[in-house]
Ligand binder design. Structure first.
Ligand SMILES: Nc1nc2c(ncn2[C@@H]2O[C@H](COP(=O)(O)OP(=O)(O)O)[C@@H](O)[C@H]2O)c(=O)[nH]1
Ligand SMILES: [Mg+2]
Length: 308
């Protein structure tokens, strides 16, 4: 974010629907200074179709993103791609790979690609990403794809910002077991068996089926779609499955529920982030030379007008 760019300029560029305006608005969100902009655009959100895509490194998420962008473009839809890779904040290797796989879309004015960081956002990376989704939606992008590496709780949380969560796995990698352990299976609305030309693809399908039995999904039962992201095989079927899931969310009223939960989650994260910062200062101050932890905790709480 260029410090010399003032807020009014960003708002002006954003309102004029320039990619530069959107890019700067997201940078503002990353640095935790987008609150007035979010307040201003919030009445316009809720139009976009949001898709989360998660899975282990190397499974083909970025290649799938690129294929999904291509599909959405053939349908005349504008697309935003948010790429989140907290596992490599300093080495840009993964992000560079993502960019290479998305190069064909760079010149397309209706495709906006962004990798995320959280430099000062109270809600952390998930908070910054949530703001980016809000901004892209308000900007008018039809489809928003959020790619995250499925390695930890916060990445899972980011995938869940979306209406539909895709979990990508690849055959012959032992992925399914890893993913079950990491708690990623539970968030899948659609399983993707990517690199489906691999000889062990059928085994992975069986593994997914047996894990689905263990997890006993109720309501929506995840679809399992085989793809070859590099050639585009299965992408049409994947798109159909996504649309089917979104239709299900709408007809059952789950869409509304999901939105409400996501809203509450954002409020909670913002409030907790703020309280955590204040709390840390007080804890340090009151712990120094304190007679016992309870007494110190009482003094900390007293500054918030509450007691144990
Ligand atoms: N054979 C094969 N390779 C694929 C397929 N999809 C992706 N790849 C390759 O797998 C590697 C990792 O892909 P990438 O999209 O960067 O994975 P990510 O780390 O999950 O984003 C790249 O070399 C891709 O070309 C596929 O369907 N079949
Ligand atoms: Mg990637």
């Amino acid at each position: 974010m260029c410090p010399q760019v003032d807020f009014d300029t960003i708002v002006h560029d954003f309102d004029a629907r320039t990619q530069r305006g959107l890019a700067r608005a997201i940078s503002l969100a990353e640095s935790g200074r987008a609150a007035p902009l979010i307040a201003r655009v919030y009445p316009q959100v809720g139009r976009a179709m949001t898709i989360g895509l998660t899975g282990p490194p190397g499974v083909g998420k970025s290649t799938l993103s690129s294929a999904l962008v291509r599909k959405a473009r053939t349908l005349g839809k504008s697309v935003g791609v948010i790429s989140v890779d907290p596992s490599s904040p300093f080495s840009h290797g993964a992000l560079l790979g993502d960019r290479i796989r998305l190069t064909e879309h760079f010149v397309d004015a209706d495709v906006f690609i962004r990798s995320m960081a959280s430099r000062g956002h109270l809600g952390g990376l998930a908070g910054a990403t949530a703001d980016a989704v809000t901004l892209m939606d308000a900007y008018g992008l039809d489809v928003i794809l959020i790619e995250t590496v499925g390695v930890g709780q916060s990445e899972i949380e980011i995938a869940e910002l979306a209406q539909t969560t895709l979990v990508a796995l690849q055959p012959g990698s032992g992925d399914s077991v890893q993913v079950l352990k990491a708690g990623i299976m539970e968030i899948a609305d659609i399983f993707i068996i990517n690199k489906a030309d691999h000889p062990m693809a059928n085994q992975l399908r069986r593994e997914i089926r047996s894990m689905m039995e263990i997890l006993q999904f109720s309501g929506w039962v995840p679809e399992v779609v085989s793809t070859q992201a590099t050639t585009g095989v299965g992408i049409d079927e994947l798109w159909v499955a996504i649309e089917k899931h979104i239709a299900w969310l709408k007809t059952t009223g789950k869409m509304h529920e999901k939105r409400q939960e996501a809203f509450e989650h954002q409020v909670r994260q913002l409030a907790l982030g703020n309280i955590a910062v204040r709390l840390e200062d007080r804890v340090k101050a009151e712990s120094h030379g304190a007679s016992d932890p309870y007494a110190a905790a009482e003094r900390v709480l007293a500054t918030f007008n509450v007691s144990l």
